[in-house]
Ligand binder design. Sequence first.
Ligand code: ZN
Ligand code: ZN
Length: 371
Amino acid sequence: MAPSGSRSIKRGCQRVLYWIPVLFIALIVAWSYYAYVLQLCIVMMMTCLCLFVFSVVYLLVYHAVFIMFVWAYWQTIFTKPMNPLKEFHLSYSDKELLEREDRGESQQEILRRIAKDLPIYTRTNSGAIRFCDRCQLLKPDRCHHCSVCDKCILKMDHHCPWVNNCVGFSNYKFFMLFLAYSLLYCLFITATDLQYFIKFWTNGLPDTQAKFHILFLFFSASMFSVSLASLFTYHCWLVCKNRSTLEAVRAPVFRHGTDKNGFSLGFSKNFRQVFGDEVKYWPIPVFSSLGDGCSFPTCLVNLDPEQPSSPTGSNPANKGAAEGRQFPSKPLRESQSRLLTSTPSWTESDSATDKDKKGASNPGMTIENEA
Ligand SMILES: [Zn+2]
Ligand SMILES: [Zn+2]
């Protein structure tokens, strides 16, 4: 068989195997539904009518949490990760030019020329432009190549085997809600199952198979609660600091060195960057994150003395003329623009005096105005 044929078979097998953790979670959730609704609520309700009111209330709350949990999980799994826009891809002529050069420095020169027109602020550890050989593109800030998905993913957080998807710009809010609702789901089951769990050890439960479901439900829900609580707390901390998991492991490198707080704009703006600025959408797994995923306002660029002439290559004098073709090509949605323009400064300390100077919807340009 041709090597490419065996490679595609291997890839196909891998793809099937990647769904096993998701299937495992789905089976546990399905069993927990059966155990809680049928065995804990309905069977217990029939054995003792005094539990009727409790069981009805439990069932109502349980289903509300269950729907939100499954909805958020579904969204995290099936929301396609976003890839860099075509502006970041090398043109055919640039590709040819790059291939012709064999020296790293000459290639960097070409990449630097292309990067001048893009809102790229981060570099590699050695100060070079971040370039993905595999996708043939200049990596936008916070974008990383995922070896499992074999694609560059915008604001990549990590590749999660439990959702068989990359967690990044397009689904990070869903992932956070998935953690929140699954934790709530497990805590609710643990809390309401506790009374039956105690009865199990004091022989207060009728001798049916329901008692074993009740026992294992309590064990599994409390164990998952502990692990989910630690993961959720960690990601809450990341949201507050405006860091991805990858950035928490390795701080992003800017023109003047690494800075782990480079993208942090203060708690409120960091939170709204993920959840949006409309409170009604915060608890619902629909996309409401701000920005375009390719460019991010940073607090660091204000400190960069060379910022006015880079990275867009325009100086403040001819900025107006350049604005028409500046990144992003599509205007930001109104809700996005509000966050990015209504606030006077990207640094932690807001100064009201700068407010009137701002007008651009592009975060990169807003930063330039300030510099
Ligand atoms: Zn890539
Ligand atoms: Zn991935």
